[in-house]
Design a protein. Sequence first.
Length: 260
Amino acid sequence: MSILVADPRARVSSFNPVAKLVATLLITVTLLLSIDPVSAGVTLVLVLALMPWSGLSARMLWLRTWPLLIAAVLGAAATVLYGRVAGQTYLQWGLVHVSDGSLELAAAILLRVLAISLPAVVLLSTTDPTDLADGLSQLLRLPARFVLGALAGLRLVGLLIEDWRELSLARRARGVADTGRVRRLSGQAFALFVLAIRRGTKLATAMEARGFGAPGARTWARRSVLRPRDAVLVLIAAGVAAASVLAALAAGTWTFVWSL
């Protein structure tokens, strides 16, 4: 299942996309202010505790988060070997220097990546791009031309994936994909680039012909409104962010990123 396809069965899908975006930004910005394991760990625990109310199954979360999990583990492993040197040293060999500082920083990075990625995955998994574009234009007053252009580009991502699959099958049927994997991938990527330019040009012409770039106030087929439950979602996100900061301050691990 594509990460760009919203799951309408999820309970979080009923919230306004702008409220979900604000809630995600509150948690993300708070975690970006400090690199410490306590704040990231508290946020991760609270987010995981709230996951059953999101309506997303464990299998769906795994399918959409396993690449991020692998990236977090790889980043933490690199930090353990080449991270900050502090405290007791456990291994030193050339550029490799494993110490208390590198282990603590690796744990903070691992928890931080997971705590940031989970709310973002929930946001993408339960938000229709069209609803998000409606909210950004009507509620946040972003330029309609920019929002609609981004929406059109986002809608084409699925077509690009399908084009890549069809190109692979066509080249395999002609026997081109048997040898030279690097050359095959570069040639296929160039062909996909050409197809993307052609499709983007046609889409831009069609949108201009239908008046998407016309000056003046736009009309919208669907209204985007904020409800009391959307405010509850934002308050919950603010509570998670505040709890993580207070826990880190109480533990004495809160460290601003610019002081590292």
